[in-house]
Design a protein. Structure first.
Lengths: 387, 112
């Protein structure tokens, strides 16, 4: 089997994280979500895969390169332009992206998998392929049952007893939904489907291709099967996903690093005096990070690499990107620090420079340079914490 | 710096009528509140419901007002919404100031 990973989305709902990272590169503890997918596909015999890239394309392309390091052959189909030295994305839809690759080289010459690069999944593709072949399907959707209150977020489908899809609804209201079975955006296709995708135009799989196949009288099928599906489609989703991973609630996920204290996993070259810090797991501490004496770290938390948690600081239930400095004056609780933003699990955020909160949290590579106001506030907080 | 002012009994309700309470407003704010801090004890409610953004300088200005209040005075803040309430929490200023939801809550919190 060949595969395509859809990675051209802008990740609007994961802003501001996606201002600095394309969605497929968002780390689940340490590893980009797309790397889990590449490994999973390789485990199911996929040897060649193409990724359509657009927004922040070079970050994906430079990380995975030709795929050799991951035991697969990888190529990219870039959707956009280089303007004044900057990559400008211009995505052409999921089906449009597939068609562009097919028009270019005819890459898809056998059954192939298509999936989004922004959810951790462990679908048993061997089982889906068996089903796909047994039904002589040209398009098979991996389905999933969700609670009724969630149907409005997804494409809902209705199937008959053989698994043939008889109806589609795109994000219906809860009361209008014909079922609670949803399209997960994971597909097996036969190359015949390209007859139904026009060249050179924006075209979507869920909204256009699938209805087109049904209109043309093609039988398309869906298979609901249990599998892990950790979506990071929005900031609250990402927050939830990281909490689940750290708490060990996601099958097949193992914490990186070594477990140096119960529930505390660490990279190497970490500066820490275990007797003089207060750490309650589950916590991951990245390589080359320094945790000052008297600091408190409460899990579930991820501290990136090259971070500095100064003496006396408190970090409770946080995700800190690499090179984050948390100062002695700071008490970070339920925050994500990414790309100079201090983000709430709800998605609202503060720009660190604009809000002048560099005296609390800052890029660890910047020299500490506090204004008079900031120093006054540091003193104030220090007096407060001492009392 | 636009500040609305009204009285409920002997309590003074000050409403910050700026959406952006940053470094450029900090000094003006301190000056505007100066006259309430020159006499005897005062009971102030500071309504931040119209404020969409506050930075460290804005918080610093609030702090300096708090410190200059005559002995026996009270200051209650109300109406904070995101991301202003986040800023208070992040800087631990939520523990320095008394913060209520509404003006009415704030008024009833003041003891005299």
């Amino acid at each position: 089997m060949k595969a395509m990973i859809l990675a051209a989305g802008k990740g609007t709902r994961v802003r501001p994280i996606t201002n600095v990272l394309p969605k497929p590169m968002i780390p689940l503890v340490r590893k980009p979500v797309m790397e889990f997918l590449v490994e999973h596909l390789r485990g199911h015999g996929v040897k060649e895969l193409v990724v359509n890239t657009s927004h922040l394309a070079p970050m994906i392309e430079h990380y995975f390169r030709d795929g050799e390091r991951f035991g697969v052959q990888m190529a990219y189909s870039f959707e956009g332009n280089l303007v004044k030295g900057q990559v400008e994305g211009k995505a052409i839809g999921s089906a449009g992206g597939m068609k562009k690759i097919q028009d270019f080289s005819g890459f898809f010459d056998e059954t192939f998998v298509v999936l989004c690069g922004d959810a951790l999944v462990d679908v048993d593709f061997a089982e889906v392929l068996r089903f796909h072949r047994s039904r002589k399907s040209i398009a098979t959707l991996v389905l999933r049952d969700v609670p009724a209150e969630d149907v409005s977020k997804y494409g809902v489908v209705l199937t008959d007893s053989t698994g043939r899809i008889t109806r589609f609804q795109e994000k219906p209201n809860r009361e209008d939904a014909v079922s609670t079975t949803i399209n997960t955006g994971i597909y097996l296709f036969e190359p015949e489907i390209f007859r139904y995708i026009p060249s050179g135009v924006e075209f979507d799989i869920g909204g256009q291709l699938l209805p087109e196949l049904v209109r043309a009288g093609q039988n398309i099928f869906g298979l609901a099967l249990p599998f892990t599906w950790v979506d990071i489609g929005s900031v609250p989703d990402y927050w939830e996903a990281t909490q689940l991973l750290l708490r060990g609630k996601v099958t097949g996920f193992t914490m990186p690093g070594r477990e140096l204290r119960p529930g505390v996993h660490c990279g190497i070259n970490v500066q820490i005096d275990w007797d003089r810090v207060n750490i309650v797991g589950p916590v991951y501490i990245g390589s080359s990070t320094s945790i000052g004496n008297g600091a408190t770290i409460i899990g579930p938390s991820v501290i990136g690499s090259g971070c500095v948690v100064q003496p006396g600081a408190t970090v409770k239930e946080c995700i800190l990107a690499d090179y984050t400095r948390v100062t002695s004056a700071a008490c970070l609780e339920q925050k994500l620090i990414f790309g100079n933003k201090c983000i709430d699990p709800s998605g609202s955020s503060l720009d660190i420079a604009e809000a002048q909160i560099g005296w609390l949290v800052e890029d660890a590579r910047k020299t500490e340079d506090l204004s008079e106001t900031e120093m006054q506030l540091v003193d104030e907080v220090r007096a407060l914490t001492a009392s | 710096m636009q500040i609305g002012e009204r009285k409920v009994g002997d309590k003074i309700i000050l409403e910050v009528l700026e959406s952006h309470f940053g470094a450029d407003k900090a000094l003006a704010f301190k000056n505007a509140l100066g006259r309430h801090l020159e006499g005897g004890p005062v009971s102030l409610v500071l309504d931040l419901a119209k404020v969409d953004f506050i930075d460290s300088s804005g918080l610093g200005a609030l702090l300096s007002v708090l410190k200059r209040m005559p002995k026996g005075s009270e200051l209650v803040i109300c109406g904070t919404k995101e991301p202003v309430s986040s800023m208070f929490k992040l800087t631990r200023m939520d523990r320095v100031f008394t913060i209520c939801k509404t003006v009415d809550d704030a008024v009833s919190t003041l003891s005299h």
